[in-house]
Design a protein around this ligand. Structure first.
Ligand code: HGY
Ligand code: MN
Ligand code: MN
Length: 437
């Protein structure tokens, strides 16, 4: 079964677009705070540099560009009075990151604009709306500025501002150097009092459509280049502290020890044991630090992180309650104390049926005919669509990620799959414009 292709673009044009995405991913990878790895966090000099690069590429396409009040870089093309279909992803990264997480989605969105718009100065703009085919909406491409939450711990800051869900409680969040979000805003040249101006109203948007590499092995294992995303995992992130007693590593007999590291280690193993027994629940301890951290001192305190995700908020919360009971048991048995502070929470977002349909139609139009429907998978990774779901319909297209490696320098995607993804995304936009799905 195929979807008739609405896109008039020769394969070599699509291939050239994919090569441009791959080359620009390399160019953006060189904009890093670290000499030997990729690191680009919110409100940093690197954030400013990639925004300037993205704005330049947007203007090349005839887009009007601006940096919004939360530091997101935006480009817009089409009827100024029309609502927009928002495309995009994020340009910030984790530490020691890969080249494609977020970045590929922003660049693929720009290639879709290039395929659909009337060439700057070109003719053929019969409708006068900037499109070679009539579209009932404008297109905006957004490069979100902080999807990962690497610097301040709270993820989705840039897209939360766009969704109008920014919380003033976040201003006092601090980075590893003790710099508050408020101060970082001011140093970046943004006015904290005006962050609300980044918020978009529902009537301004017809939807948000994001292409992203899958950050797991499902598509690779299935031999599929593309997939529709059904929903985006709900997430909760915690900072936990286990308190015991720092004592002499030699002179303290075991029956006197209250070793915080051993209690925290049992807790980390309990996260794996409890979450792995559940369906579509994942829990990860990514940061783990013992204090005072001397080789000849029994750790008196351990601070560690927990990233807990699930397909449904209720299941995720039930597992958190089970983990809390388990930690009570472990710490009680070891005469330790524990406490937790929640630093991020985002509900699951279910992709809108209409956008799931247009993404499936785009995949069918982009790939060789198939008898079955394109794969539909649940995203265990978080995405900016989790924020945008508060203000508009959300749809996502996943690209195969060989070996499922992500949040790592070995993260990869093939130019061939990027070409399939660009065509599928463009076809999906056209289908959304005609709603012929
Ligand atoms: O953490 C995540 O799932 C996303 O890559 N930020
Ligand atoms: Mn990521
Ligand atoms: Mn991402």
């Amino acid at each position: 079964m195929t979807s008739a292709s609405l896109l008039r673009a020769a394969p070599d044009v699509i291939a050239a677009a994919a090569r441009r995405v791959m080359a620009r991913c390399e160019e953006l990878a060189r904009v890093s705070a670290a000499a030997a790895s990729i690191e680009r966090v919110y409100l940093s000099p690197e954030h400013a540099r990639v925004n300037r690069l993205a704005a330049e590429w947007m203007r090349e396409l005839g887009m009007r560009t601006w940096q919004d009040a939360a530091g997101n870089q935006v480009g817009r093309i089409g009827d100024p009075a029309a609502p927009a279909l928002m495309l995009g992803s994020h340009l910030d990264t984790v530490l020691d990151a890969g080249r494609y997480d977020g970045i590929a989605g922003v660049l693929m969105a720009l290639e879709v604009v290039r395929l659909l718009r009337v060439p700057v100065g070109g003719d053929g703009d019969a409708a006068g709306d900037g499109w070679t085919v009539p579209l009932p909406f404008a297109i905006e491409v957004v490069a979100f500025s902080d999807e990962e939450g690497t610097r301040f711990g709270k993820a989705l800051l840039g897209s939360s501002a766009v969704a109008g869900t920014w919380s003033d409680a976040w201003w006092e969040l601090t980075d590893a150097d003790g710099v508050s979000l408020r101060r970082a805003f001011l140093e970046f040249g943004l006015d904290p009092a005006r962050v609300g101006e980044a918020a978009r109203r529902p009537d301004e948007l017809v939807g948000y459509l994001e292409a992203h590499i899958e950050q797991g092995p499902e598509l690779d294992r299935a031999g599929e280049p593309l997939a529709v995303v059904s929903s985006i995992a709900s997430a909760r992130r915690f900072q936990l502290v286990v308190e015991g007693e720092a004592r002499h590593a030699g002179g303290t007999p075991y029956d006197m020890r209250r070793d915080a590291l051993l209690g925290a280690s049992e807790a980390a193993l309990a996260v794996e044991r409890i979450c792995s027994a559940e369906h579509h629940i994942v829990g990860t301890v990514g940061r783990f630090e013992a204090f005072p951290g001397a080789v000849n001192v029994i750790p008196g305190e351990v601070q560690f992180s927990l990233d807990l995700r699930g397909e449904f908020d209720g299941e995720r919360d039930r597992v958190w309650d089970a983990l809390a009971r388990e930690l009570d048991e472990i710490m009680g048995r070891r005469a330790l104390r524990w406490r937790s502070r929640e630093v991020h929470s985002a509900p699951a977002v279910f992709c809108a049926p209409l956008l799931q349909d247009v993404v499936a139609g785009g995949i069918r139009a982009a790939l060789p005919p198939r008898s079955d429907a394109p794969p539909v998978i649940f995203s265990r990774a978080g995405h900016d669509g989790m924020s945008l779901g508060a203000v508009t319909d959300v749809g996502m297209l996943f690209l195969r990620n060989p070996d499922g490696v992500s949040h790592h320098p070995d993260e990869s995607v093939s130019a061939g799959d990027v070409a399939h993804g660009i065509r599928a995304l463009a076809e999906a936009v056209l289908l959304r414009g005609t709603e012929r799905v």
